[in-house]
Design a protein. Structure first.
Length: 167
C-alpha cells in the first residue's frame, strides 16, 4: 500500500512537470531576433578621407587601410574650377612607371586625364573635381603592400602624390 502511494505521488509529479513544461512552451512568445538583420549590414572599417586644395596639394601623402573593401573620399576644399585646378586621385598597381603614366595622363584631357591606354595600371580612381566638389569611391584590395596614388591633372603629380599602405 505504501509503495502504491509513493508511485502515485511520483506519477503526479511527472504529470505536473510535463504540464508545466508544455505550458512554458506554449506561453513563450515566438520572438524572432530582429537584430540579426542589422548585424549583417556592416559598415566598412576601411574608410579613408583626403582633401585637395587650390594650392595644388593633398592634405596627406600617406593613407593607411586594411585589406578588403576600401571606401575613399576625395574632397576638393578649394574654389577654383576643375579646368584650372582640377584634382583626382588615382591608385596605381605596384610596378607602374609613374613618369610614363603621368605623361600619358596629361594628354588624356578628353577622359579627364585618365589615360585609356593605361587602364590596366589603375586599381581605382575618383573623377576629376573642381573646388567644392567631392567624390567617394569603393574598391577592393586583397594584397597587403604599398601602393602609389597621385593626381593626374597635368603637372600636379610632382606635388600631389603619396602612398597607400595596405596592411
Ligand atoms: Cu591635382
Amino acid at each position: 500500500m505504501k509503495k502504491f502511494i509513493r508511485l502515485s505521488v511520483l506519477v503526479s509529479i511527472i504529470t505536473m512537470a510535463t504540464a508545466c513544461k508544455n505550458r512554458n512552451e506554449t506561453t513563450v512568445p515566438e520572438t524572432t531576433p530582429t537584430t540579426e538583420q542589422n548585424e549583417t549590414v556592416s559598415t566598412s572599417e576601411n574608410t579613408l578621407e583626403i582633401e585637395s586644395t587650390d594650392q595644388m596639394q593633398y592634405s596627406t601623402n600617406e593613407l593607411k587601410t586594411g585589406v578588403g573593401t576600401v571606401t575613399l573620399t576625395l574632397k576638393h576644399t578649394g574654389k577654383m574650377d576643375k579646368a584650372v585646378m582640377g584634382h583626382n586621385l588615382i591608385i596605381l598597381k605596384p610596378g607602374t612607371d609613374i613618369a610614363a603614366f603621368t605623361q600619358k595622363a596629361a594628354l588624356a584631357k578628353a577622359t579627364d586625364y585618365i589615360p585609356e591606354s593605361e587602364k590596366a595600371s589603375i586599381i581605382a580612381h575618383t573623377r576629376l573635381l573642381g573646388g567644392g566638389e567631392s567624390d567617394t569611391i569603393e574598391f577592393s584590395i586583397s594584397e597587403p603592400g604599398t601602393y602609389d596614388f597621385l593626381c593626374s591633372f597635368p603637372g600636379h603629380a610632382a606635388l600631389m602624390k603619396g602612398k597607400l599602405v595596405v596592411e
